[in-house]
Design a protein around this ligand. Structure first.
Ligand code: AMP
Ligand code: MG
Length: 314
């Protein structure tokens, strides 16, 4: 998935914790072999290679699960979240390397190969068909969160519920550390070189951040994000960071990307319609920073920086 995974486990026996961690990392590797878009032999890439042939592919349970979840996100977001956006992602990766915008023709060509409406899930069983030639699945906005959920599930099944899993800044928190009400997690600031100002204490929940902070290309003074609006095929140009807390890592991951595409107005309405989810936007404007939060956000156990560093337990 292109990022290191980290586990934190409270345990009485280092050896048993080590064995559990190895099992959790093995699970993450197995998921990487299913979802990676860097590995041409991953299941997602093998399925993509058969797009447009009329073939049905019998998927793994995990691929089928994430495709079904992604389909619901696509429907609920009116197409803002779309795991078939691989052709656009490829185009914008090329733009990041070359520093030049994709041409209108290239965007139109990628658009013809994009769209969840061209993914057919058999109503029973696990068969899937991609109907357009040149389609390419991209689980970059959801697989990491799902893998974190799975890592915590494996640790739990090995008898270690007090655990946390992190990858690329996204976190799934299990049961809290002994004597604490939750895991303290710093919220990523808009400027990645700045110190975090806000923290949240979470247990048995996922938290994910999306935005243009790390991956973007600057062309003619405009910043284009690695997150793409599938309806236009263009990388997002609003400088913002969205943090979402939700019941699972997969939900938080997909919600954060969706909210980033929808922007603060429609994005927060999208989050508020999902039970258990809460979100915060920080938008960079010419005048400074704007913050927008969903209704449930203020109910989270939030801590300011000084409250965290004053706390001797930390
Ligand atoms: P995240 O960091 O979770 O927001 O995911 C960003 C990654 O998801 C990108 O690098 C792409 O691989 C993929 N992606 C970009 N735009 C979208 C989109 N609109 N819907 C689903 N996946 C996307
Ligand atoms: Mg995401």
């Amino acid at each position: 998935m292109g990022v290191p995974f980290r586990l934190v486990i409270y345990a009485e026996s280092k050896e048993r914790a080590q064995a559990a961690a190895e099992a959790a990392f093995a699970r993450v590797s197995a998921l990487n072999r299913i979802f990676s878009d860097y590995d041409p032999d991953s299941e997602a890439m093998r399925l993509s290679a058969r797009a447009g042939t009329g073939d049905w592919h019998e998927t793994s349970p995990e691929l089928r699960t994430l495709l079904a979840l992604a389909q619901r996100f696509w429907e609920d977001s009116d197409g803002a979240f779309d795991v078939t956006c691989g052709p656009f992602v490829q185009l914008w990766r090329k733009a990041r390397r070359s520093g030049t915008l994709p041409s209108a023709h290239e965007v139109a060509d990628a658009r013809a190969r994009t769209g969840m409406q061209h993914v057919v899930l058999a109503p029973v069983g696990r068969s899937v068909q991609l109907q357009r030639e040149g389609m390419r699945l991209d689980f970059g906005a959801i697989a990491k969160g799902f893998a974190l959920d799975e890592a915590i599930r494996v640790l739990n099944s090995h008898g270690f519920p007090r655990a946390l899993a992190e990858a690329g800044g996204d976190v799934v928190a299990g049961d809290p550390p002994p004597g604490r009400s939750g895991w303290r997690i710093a919220l990523a600031p808009l400027d990645p070189s700045a110190e975090p100002e806000l923290f949240v204490e979470l247990s048995r929940r996922g938290i994910a951040t999306s935005g243009d902070a790390h991956q973007y290309v600057l062309i003619d003074g405009v910043r284009y994000s690695h997150i793409i609006d599938p309806r236009t095929g263009i990388g997002l140009t609003q400088h913002c960071i969205v943090t979402v807390v939700a019941d699972t890592g997969a939900e938080a991951d997909a919600c954060a990307t969706t909210a980033a595409v929808l922007g603060p107005g429609r994005g927060l309405a999208f989050i508020e319609a999902r039970p258990g989810a809460a979100a915060r936007f920080v938008v960079g404007t010419a005048e400074g920073r704007e913050r927008h939060t969903s209704r449930l956000w203020s109910r989270l156990p939030l801590l300011q920086r000084d409250e965290v560093i004053d706390d001797k337990d930390d």
